[in-house]
Every structure is written in C-alpha cells, then in structure tokens.
Write a new protein. Structure first.
Length: 116
C-alpha cells in the first residue's frame, strides 16, 4: 500500500490531515480484522456498517478518509449518504457540546474516542 502523500493529487492536503485519514482507516480495518466487541443486544463483533466517522464538513478530508478506507478494503457508504446536521436533536447536541467546550479548559475532540 502506498505511503501517505505518494498518491497523486493529495499533497495539497496537510500532512496532519493525511495522517489522520491513514490512522482512521488503519483503526477501522483493525476493528474488522481482530474484532471489536459490541455488547448492546446480542453480543457480537462490529461490522463495517456499525462504524460511522463524523467530520465537521464534507470537504477534502472526508473524501480522503473514504479513499483510505476503500484502499484498505473497508466497505464505505460514502460522504453523501447521511445528513446528520439537519435533525433538530443533532443541532441541540452540537450546541450543548459547543457550550460545554466554551466553559471548560478541556478540549473536546473526536480523535480522543479512538484507541491507540
């Protein structure tokens, strides 16, 4: 598999964005290969349909994440399958997170939810 940045046309994305896309794709592939136990309902291992990667905006990084997942053989629905920002409950949740972050010295980051 080519290293990050070797593929044509990706060098205009920052190195941290390319590294993040690589780490996400590796992590999801590892979950599918080694098993990530789900305990709600009947215990089972996660499948590709159980994983959702949320990005703030569907721009270049989202497309690169999808490309990296495809390159690792992870089935991906794509970036235009779901509009999560539209429901009122999601807007309320995002507002609550922004409020909590503004009142705290602790940064809230989705990257902290991944095992290393």
């Amino acid at each position: 598999m080519p290293e990050a940045g070797e593929e044509g046309g990706e060098n205009w994305l920052s190195r941290p964005d390319r590294d993040l896309a690589d780490r996400l794709a590796r992590q999801v592939r590892e979950w599918l290969d080694t098993g990530f136990p789900l305990h709600k309902g009947t215990p089972r291992n996660a499948s590709a349909g159980d994983v959702m990667i949320l990005v703030r905006k569907r721009k270049d990084l989202a497309g690169l994440i999808v490309a990296r997942l495809h390159a690792r053989g992870v089935p991906v629905a794509g970036v235009d399958r779901l509009r999560l920002g539209a429901p009122l409950a999601v807007k309320d949740l995002m507002a609550a997170l922004r409020f909590a972050r503004s009142r705290s010295t602790i940064s809230i980051s989705p990257t902290c939810w991944f095992r290393r």
